[in-house]
Every structure is written in structure tokens, then in C-alpha cells.
Design a protein around this ligand. Structure first.
Ligand code: BG6
Ligand code: MG
Length: 216
């Protein structure tokens, strides 16, 4: 029935939200304001430029010029890259590594479906690149989640049907993207933040692909 798993990256395979928060906070501080960790939750799953626009709004900063928006996003990204370049395999989230091993063993095709343009370096630093049959990241898509483009691209590259895919997501924008094309979706996190998921679990610890598939 299910032949392919499509994993979001940030918040599903690795915990990079703290690095995004650190780098965005640094940028906000340099512009003379601050924002909270709770506000940071709203940035999950959202593209880099959309995140920047939200943050600037929180700080009542008016920036419309595209060059200036890109300049600020690049500054943040330079700081972010400095941090993710130091990531290690220890930073893979609980249960993820074993779940990837089991999925691969059972012949399930594995894809990445992420908004991040830094996916390649994160997969490499954490040592999990080799699990992926297809990698679709922010460099390959035009429309960001909740648009389903990223998951459709992954499904096409894996050469499976939509109804054969299961998406793993930690952000509401990602759940909505999967549901826009009626893909099954496993929410990673708290049920209150993940409306519409077919099932929700705090992490992938103690799950086998079979056990999980039986629940959706
Ligand atoms: C998503 C994150 O996976 O990628 C967002 O949840 C982030 O917080 C987005 O803004 C884009 O990431 P990057 O690495 O291209 O800035
Ligand atoms: Mg995510």
C-alpha cells in the first residue's frame, strides 16, 4: 500500500529551530528589536524570505526593497551556516536513524521534502544523506509550503503514486501542503499544533514503519 516516505527536514530529522532562532534573533537585535521563542514557532516550515518579512513586521520595520530584503536574509543565512557547519550525527532527533534504517530495509523509498536551501549541508554533517533516493529542497521548488509542490516533486522523482506516499511533518504549513493533495501525513510534535494530520507522535522513537503504517 505505502511505498514511499517523504520527510521534512527541520524539526523532523534534526532540531535546527534553535539555530534559525539564534541567527534571526541576532539579525533582529542588529536592527534594534527582539522577538520571542514563541513567535519563532510561527516561522516553522516557512521559507527564508517569508520568515524575514514576518520578523520585520514584528519589529515594525518597513523594508520593501527586494535587494535590501535579500541582503538581510543573506546576513542571517551566513550566521546560520556557521552554526550548521558544526552539526554532528548526535543532533539527529530521537528514533530517526533507526527508523530510516528499517524503512530502507523494508524497501520503502525515501525522499526529503524541505523548504530549506541548506538541506544538503545538514544531511551531510549529520551523516544521513545516503538514505535518500530523492532530495527536494528549497532550491528546487518555486512555491513554498502550504503549497504542495515540494511533496509532488518528491513523489514524481520517486516514481510512486500520491496515495502510496506518507509525509512526515512538524509544521502546520507542511501538514496543509500534504493534505492539499490528499497525501497521508504523520505529524511530529503536539496534536494541538498539527491540525489535520492522520496521526501525531512526539518523535519517531520506538516506531517501526509497519507499526506506524497500521495507525494511519
Ligand atoms: C524550513 C524551516 O524547514 O526551512 C524554516 O522550518 C526555514 O524555519 C526554512 O525558514 C528555510 O530554510 P533555509 O535553510 O533555506 O533558510
Ligand atoms: Mg519542519
Amino acid at each position: 500500500l505505502y511505498k514511499a516516505f517523504i520527510f521534512d527536514l527541520d524539526g523532523v530529522l534534526v532540531d535546527t529551530a534553535k539555530y534559525h532562532f539564534n541567527a534571526w534573533s541576532r539579525l533582529a537585535n542588529s536592527l534594534g528589536f527582539d522577538f520571542t521563542e514563541q513567535q519563532n514557532e510561527e516561522l516553522k516550515g516557512i521559507s527564508r524570505i517569508d520568515s524575514l518579512k514576518k520578523i520585520l513586521k514584528w519589529g515594525n520595520q518597513e523594508v520593501n526593497e527586494e535587494n535590501e530584503l535579500n541582503r538581510l536574509a543573506n546576513i542571517k543565512n551566513t550566521w546560520y551556516i556557521e552554526m550548521i557547519e558544526k552539526m554532528t550525527p548526535d543532533e539527529i532527533l530521537p528514533g530517526v536513524y533507526d527508523f530510516l534504517v528499517l524503512s530502507q530495509k523494508e524497501g520503502i523509498k525515501i525522499a526529503l521534502g524541505s523548504a530549506s536551501k541548506n538541506a544538503e549541508i545538514i544531511l551531510k554533517r549529520t551523516g544521513i544523506t545516503h538514505f535518500f533516493d530523492a532530495i527536494v529542497d528549497g532550491n528546487l521548488v518555486k512555491k513554498s509550503k502550504p503549497d504542495p509542490e515540494v511533496f509532488i516533486k518528491a513523489q514524481q522523482l520517486l516514481k510512486v503514486k500520491i496515495q502510496e506516499c506518507v509525509v512526515f511533518e512538524d509544521a502546520q504549513a507542511g501538514i496543509d501542503a500534504a493534505k492539499a493533495v490528499s497525501m497521508k501525513v504523520v505529524g511530529i510534535g503536539l496534536p494541538s499544533n498539527l491540525t489535520g494530520a492522520d496521526m501525531v507522535t512526539p518523535d519517531l522513537e520506538n516506531w517501526t514503519p509497519d507499526k506506524l503504517i497500521a495507525k494511519i
